[in-house]
Design a protein around this ligand. Structure first.
Ligand SMILES: *[C@@H]1O[C@H](CO)[C@@H](O)[C@H](O)[C@H]1NC(C)=O
Ligand SMILES: *[C@@H]1O[C@H](CO)[C@@H](O)[C@H](O)[C@H]1NC(C)=O
Ligand SMILES: *[C@@H]1O[C@H](CO)[C@@H](O)[C@H](O)[C@H]1NC(C)=O
Ligand SMILES: *[C@@H]1O[C@H](CO)[C@@H](O)[C@H](O)[C@H]1NC(C)=O
Ligand SMILES: *[C@@H]1O[C@H](CO)[C@@H](O)[C@H](O)[C@H]1NC(C)=O
Length: 595
């Protein structure tokens, strides 16, 4: 076989694991330099904070007491000008992190607050300050790249994801002060995901000292500070309020299971049909005139911004093929796409990374940023031609997202569940290479997952992974859970498969990033799943840090006797960890979708 087993191009070359994943994130000499830069930057930010505070104290709404408290602490250490050694409480809290030295030096200036919540608040503020610095560095790259389209494209995508990071970091702070630790963790996990994405996108345009130093800043300062805040949030939630009991993040792979906090069983949440639940549409889209909009995007553009709470805006998309690229921006919250059914209402596109250096992120036919997105009765597809590599049909960064009875069609990278909490119910997903991927916490319940033939030389055989989860930090709350799904191939694929089973290899997943987490529970796996079950990414990368678990599956592909030694049988008592209540806090938000 002369063709490479995997069609990997820019997004996922094996070199993508280099700096961030090669363990000692902080090389001592590099670190000193950045500490210097950091302390210069943070002094600037204290001035900025002083200014901000004196302005914001004029408006009654913005002077939250915790901010004032933090501010007082900042001012004390700023005014005293002393370089206080980290007090015991900070040192102890920093033991919950992966980078305790960075943690201590970054928090040293925060004063003497012995309260763990106060320490984490400060850690989140430090991360937010570092992010501002990171944003200005990337803006500078963009300004200097007018004649370099690849670099300016990368910088633009970077700025977009960093804006998301910014919003999620402040949301995490807000959630922490309200005691909503699960939300705080989910949002801090996303903030970190976006920072990593930016770093990772810059890697392909690292052709100047400016890009190189920006990447180093992300690596050793920004990402480390966010990881530290996230780890402490995790410790507070999973280990309790006494920092004496805190330790660095561990995962199921280390034998650590979080307490099961909510409900259990699959049956305690009811899922209804969205079509029955939302009887009236706020806007209607159809082909050939007769309704308000002819394009889905036009209806999205006219939808109200920032809908609050349970208020939804329902866009009814009538039967027809909509050949367009759809973007739901961050401020369009709570949109509902209601189609006439799978195969009837079809949104279709064909962007791919084969075109003009476009990034995987931007290839999506439908891309959603706004929270609370819902959809039902649609097909969303990417029809990029053979050898197109990454070509996403659906990308979502929508927190509290609920999708049911939808179909996603593509080849490589069909569904990009990028970040945050997403629930897919009774969906149909087709693809071949890594076709469900990203760093979200996503549940696929009662879905049909179908491998389809590769577009190039399908008969010559191939190796496919259904999923490629991309968790980069063990404290991130992300992972994929497939519950009650049916894993099969399309009719066309199964013909190929049966003609030569040894040539057509399919796996449940492979580790895109170091702490990849994926479980299959109560699924039916047809014979096409290789007895080894799971596939390495490259060499032994991530094999000792990932968590791949199975429980209660059936079918010819579900036999555990020949599974790779780095996958696990999930202990029965921990199965509810992956149910919607615990994994996505679904009991707090999915009820709005059930009838
Ligand atoms: C890249 O940045 C690192 C850290 O600042 C520095 O040590 C290295 O010399 C830089 N490399 C280039 C080629 O500029
Ligand atoms: C950027 O590229 C330079 C030159 O090839 C290399 O030395 C450096 O390690 C790269 N920087 C990062 C942060 O990957
Ligand atoms: C820009 O990216 C494209 C596609 O990835 C590549 O073919 C081209 O060589 C790049 N251009 C430069 C100047 O690096
Ligand atoms: C297992 O999956 C079947 C089919 O989707 C479903 O009816 C059943 O409730 C599930 N049982 C458990 C324990 O998950
Ligand atoms: C799996 O797919 C094949 C080919 O489409 C089909 O014949 C078979 O019935 C499917 N299996 C189940 C259990 O649906």
């Amino acid at each position: 076989m002369t063709t490479p087993v995997f069609l990997i191009s820019n997004k996922k070359s094996s070199s993508s694991t280099s700096i961030y994943n090669s363990n000692p994130l902080l090389k001592p000499h590099k670190y000193k330099l950045f500490l210097l830069i950091f302390s210069m930057a943070s002094s600037l930010f204290f001035l900025y904070f002083l200014l901000l505070f004196s302005l914001s104290s004029l408006s009654p709404s913005s002077s939250s007491s915790s901010f004032q408290y933090q501010y007082q602490k900042h001012r004390q250490s700023f005014n005293s000008g002393e370089n206080e050694p980290p007090i015991a409480a900070i040192r102890q809290a920093c033991r919950a992190t992966r980078f305790p030295d960075t943690c201590q030096s970054m928090l040293a200036q925060s004063g003497r607050d012995p309260n763990p919540v106060g320490i984490i608040q400060t850690a989140l503020k430090v991360s937010a300050q570092n992010l501002k610095m990171g944003q200005s560095m990337v803006q500078k790259i963009l300004d200097d790249s007018a004649h370099n389209p690849n670099r300016s494209r990368a910088a633009k995508t970077c700025l977009e994801v960093l804006a998301n990071s910014d919003v999620r970091t402040s949301a995490a702070e807000g959630a922490l002060s309200r005691g909503k630790l699960r939300d705080a963790r989910a949002w801090a996990s996303a903030a970190l995901c976006y920072q990593y994405d930016c770093w990772s996108g810059l890697k392909y345009v690292n052709d100047s000292a400016e890009v190189n130093s920006t990447m180093s800043y992300f690596d050793t300062v920004l990402i480390a500070s966010t990881s530290n805040a996230l780890s402490m949030l995790r410790a507070l939630d999973a280990l309790g309020p006494n920092p004496a009991s805190w330790a660095p993040p561990r995962t199921e792979r280390d034998g650590f299971w979080e307490p099961i906090v909510a409900g259990s069983g699959l049956g305690s949440l009811k899922f209804g049909s969205l079509a029955n639940y939302f009887k009236e549409a706020d806007a209607t889209v159809c082909k050939g005139g007769g309704c308000a909009y002819g394009k889905v995007q036009d209806a999205v553009d006219k939808a109200p911004e920032n809908l609050e709470g349970e208020k939804k805006y329902v866009i009814r998309i009538k039967e027809g093929v909509y050949d367009e690229i759809v973007r739901v921006p961050f401020n369009k919250r709570n949109l509902v796409f209601l189609g006439d059914g799978i195969g009837k209402t079809v949104i279709t596109g064909s962007l791919s990374t084969g075109i003009n250096g476009i990034t995987t992120y931007n290839t999506a036919t439908v891309g959603v940023l706004g929270d609370g997105f819902m959809a039902s009765g649609l097909t969303i597809q990417n029809t990029a031609g053979p050898d197109a590599h990454q070509a996403v049909a659906f990308r979502s960064d929508s927190d509290f997202s609920y999708i049911e009875n939808c179909e996603f069609l593509g080849n490589q990278d069909t569904v990009y569940v990028h970040a945050l909490r997403q629930f897919f119910k009774s969906c149909r997903i087709e693809g071949n290479v890594d076709f469900i991927f990203g760093n979200a916490a996503a549940i696929f319940q009662d879905c049909t997952i179908l491998v389809r033939p590769r577009q190039l030389k399908p008969a010559s055989g191939e190796t496919n992974a259904i999923s490629a989860h991309g968790r980069t930090d063990p404290a991130q709350t992300t992972g994929f859970a497939f519950l009650g799904c049916h894993i099969n191939g399309t009719e066309e694929y199964m013909k190929l498969y049966h003609s030569k089973p040894s040539k057509h290899k399919n796996y449940l997943g492979r580790p895109w990033k170091m702490y990849s987490r994926t479980v299959y529970i109560n699924c039916t796996m047809e014979a096409l799943i290789n007895p080894n079950g799971w596939l390495p990414w490259t060499g032994d990368f991530a094999l000792s840090t990932l968590y791949y678990g199975e429980f209660g599956n059936s079918g010819l592909g579900a036999d555990l006797s020949k599974r790779v030694p780095w996958s696990r049988l999930i202990p029965a008592e921990h199965i509810p960890t992956y149910y919607v209540q615990n994994f996505l806090q679904g009991d707090e938000w999915i009820t709005t979708a059930s009838s």
